[in-house]
Design a protein around this ligand. Structure first.
Ligand SMILES: Nc1ncnc2c1ncn2[C@@H]1O[C@H](COP(=O)(O)OP(=O)(O)OP(=O)(O)O)[C@@H](O)[C@H]1O
Length: 461
């Protein structure tokens, strides 16, 4: 049956005939069924866009047909024909999901108008469904490329947690796909048809972050010219993605905790607290546990966020994924720039696999894009690679940290001591930076310095 098809269901042959005639004349393709049971069969076989059904029929009646359509989730719009005066059943039909009803004797002009509106509605529903499934495909777990064990383990956990409403904390270096994973969780959760709202806590000035998160009332500060809902409110019933949560100032952390604990927000500048229902997914490239030790992040909030902690491994820890990612991202970039014939010399894969990728997949994506745009031939060769990648192939530079392992053995303590000193040196004696560089808390850093009997002055040894 073609797309604009209508199924007319009535046990009265003359009503069927007249309805069919009128609708065909108006340009629709029409099929008919003389009972609910016959309609049921046709519904499955030919998937009509619209069903016009009589309410009262022997056997399976209009209401039962409507229930079937709802239960089987058949995508169609229903118009019910009811006897004049049976308003209660019409109301019942609407409650069960009928889009409209018309009464007998049928006013054909009114019917055609109702059909036209119903068709437009079904078109809209179909369009939204198509867009949504494109979105689902785009943000599904299957779009997170890679088959390394460390990645698969995270994806498996994430897909299990997606079904539940628990708060998720995603940790991982910059560019490892934290936002991509957060979206996949949202689009695979029960909230998928509700908003996914993001906020980057590191990108918003400190004095504006609360108004951005919680909204503000008119006049609460200079520039607050109107009432404005915050991102949390916008994410009501959906998911809020708090990127770079480690950058959230301590004062705002208390308020966020309140949202998580009580589901309540208060706009900046007053107004009564409002109840919201949001799922929170937070992400950070920082070591939050170390920040808690340094009192730079609230412990209570940390525990609330890290109900399900997920850690995305850096690319250099899953080098086996590089060829697959390279191919995927290259194909995407080729399509984006409409360069279907461009190829990449196969020898390049080795160079890509050897590089350290400090910026992870985002860096890989950017380098591919740059090579493609700047290339002037049909094939990308080693000469088109940025310097840092070509260097990666030189064996002596494969790793930034190369330890000489002497035959007589080496003391782990001595190595640790040396690392502490080198890190301090690298950051001109700044302990906070050195600790962050070594991915430990400042407290741990100081503790280890003391353990080795090191003092700041030893720097100048
Ligand atoms: N496994 C993957 N497969 C395909 N594309 C990926 C993968 N991981 C990341 N990407 C792509 O890499 C880019 C960076 O990913 P994303 O923004 O999710 O990283 P991030 O960890 O949130 O980064 P940042 O910490 O800098 O915000 C995006 O364009 C994303 O689509």
């Amino acid at each position: 049956m073609p797309a604009s098809s209508i199924l007319v269901v009535d046990d009265d042959a003359s009503v069927r005939r007249v309805l069919q005639m009128q609708l065909v004349e108006a340009g629709y393709t029409v099929a008919t069924a003389q009972s609910g049971t016959e309609a049921r069969k046709l519904l499955v076989e030919s998937r009509p866009k619209l069903v016009i059904t009589d309410l009262r029929m022997p056997g399976l009646d209009g209401i039962e047909l409507l229930r079937l359509i709802a239960d089987d989730q058949i995508q169609t719009t229903v118009i019910m024909i009811t006897a004049f005066g049976s308003i209660e059943t019409a109301v019942q039909a609407m409650r069960l999901g009928a889009y409209d009803y018309i009464t007998k004797p049928i006013d054909y002009e009114a019917l055609l108008l109702a059909v036209q509106r119903a068709m437009e509605r079904q078109d809209l529903i179909d369009e939204v469904r198509n867009l949504r499934s494109a979105l689902d495909r785009r943000y599904g777990f299957e779009n997170i490329i890679g088959h390394s064990e460390s990645l698969l383990r995270v994806l498996e956990l994430a897909s299990r947690v997606a079904q539940h409403d628990s708060t998720v904390l995603i940790q991982g270096e910059t560019g490892t796909g934290k936002e991509l994973l957060a979206r996949a969780i949202h689009y695979n959760s029960r909230r998928r048809n509700q908003p996914f709202v993001t906020i980057n806590c590191g990108a918003i000035p400190r004095d504006l972050i609360e108004s951005e998160l919680f909204g503000h009332s008119r006049g609460s500060f200079t520039g607050a010219v109107a009432n404005k809902p915050g991102r949390i409110e916008m994410a009501d019933n959906g998911t809020l993605f708090l990127d770079e949560i480690g950058e959230l100032p301590l004062e705002s952390q208390v308020k966020l905790l309140r949202v998580i604990q009580h589901g309540e927000i208060e706009r900046v500048g007053g107004s009564a607290p409002k109840t919201v229902n949001v799922r929170i997914i937070a992400a950070t490239h920082r070591n939050l546990a170390a920040m808690v030790e340094d009192a730079a992040f609230r412990q209570d909030l940390f525990y609330r966020l890290a109900v399900v902690p997920l850690r995305l491994p850096p690319l250099r820890e899953r080098r086996q994924d590089i060829p697959e990612l390279l191919e995927h991202l290259f194909r995407q970039a080729r399509e984006r720039h409409n360069m279907p014939n461009i190829r990449m010399a196969p020898s390049l894969v080795g160079l890509f696999a050897a590089y350290r990728w400090p910026g992870n997949i985002r860096e890989l994506e950017n380098i591919i894009e740059r090579m493609l745009v700047l290339s002037n031939g049909e094939i990308i060769t080693e000469n088109d690679l940025p310097e840092e990648l070509r260097q990666a192939s030189l064996p002596q530079q494969r790793a930034t940290l190369l330890l000489e392992l002497p035959d007589e053995g080496i003391s782990l303590e001595a190595v640790e001591r040396e690392l502490l000193l080198r890190a301090l040196e690298k950051f001109d004696g700044n302990q906070t930076h050195a600790a962050r560089y070594l991915d430990i808390s400042r407290r741990t850093f100081i503790y280890r310095m003391e353990k080795h009997g090191l003092r700041q002055e030893d720097l100048t040894r």
